[in-house]
Write a protein that binds this ligand. Sequence first.
Ligand code: R1P
Ligand code: URA
Length: 296
Amino acid sequence: MIASSELILNERGAVYHLDLRPEEIAHTIITVGDPGRVPVVSRHFDRIEVQRSHREFVTHTGTIGNKRLTVISSGIGTDNIDIVLNELDALVNIDLKQRIPKPTHTSLQLFRLGTCGGLQADVPTDALVISTHGLGLDNLMHYYAADYSDEEQELIRAFISHAGWDQTPLKPYLVAADPDLLKSFTSEPHQLSPYYGITASCPGFYGPQGRQLRAPLAYPQLVDQLSSFRFQHHRITNFEMETSALYGLARLLGHRCLSISTIVANRAAGTFSSDSQKAIERMITRFLDCWLSRES
Ligand code: R1P
Ligand code: URA
């Protein structure tokens, strides 16, 4: 039995941070960082049946036609993804009354619709990028007993050697996207975007993404180190702050995940989107069209 200190439920019988009960989520879930993006997504629902909000975690569950889906905000960072993924998993795979894992496993389909910084000159501002892998510059997955494939280990070794990070305290990890979702959304007839690549997830927006305002940086070459990395056909296209943990925890818990982002800040070109809300709306519409046509 899982103790009440480990799996905390509130007075509604809902999981502690998300304030959600099992019947309040769908098995297809869109995660966004910004709580303000939740209604922008759920505007596309035909009907919203559940609306909950606690801290940065805003949730709307509803339907488009006969398809049920949930959109939830994670707030910023992989530490929040730890909460979101563990609590969503508990909602489907733990019997909350008896506080024991359920005998049969339910796999969620998770999609992140985020924003990011672009790292390659040929991937323009406002473009959509699909993450083939999450490169974790954060340390969340080091707290879990996760396994990594030979390809993932080869890629991370190649990156550490390229960046010259063997002698630094940084210990990046790398996790691949769900292969079926990746294949489906990067090829016709459901191709979301021609742009895809490794997404670096950083534990901050300024120093950890090589932005110098007034604080001096320990890794001033970070943007160059990321953008110049090449291994076989792989390169790092973009960075943001959640994908590595989403991919790592989703796989560890038996869920399928694909991360999709709109480039709002193009670090290679030194520009910011002139209308990021319009570009984000395009991502949402495009994703829902592709997802619905794939589901039908
Ligand atoms: C930083 O501005 C935030 O924007 C990106 C980063 O991952 C980070 O969460 O994603 P969202 O727009 O989804 O929050
Ligand atoms: N989100 C990030 O994390 N970085 C950017 O540059 C833009 C959005």
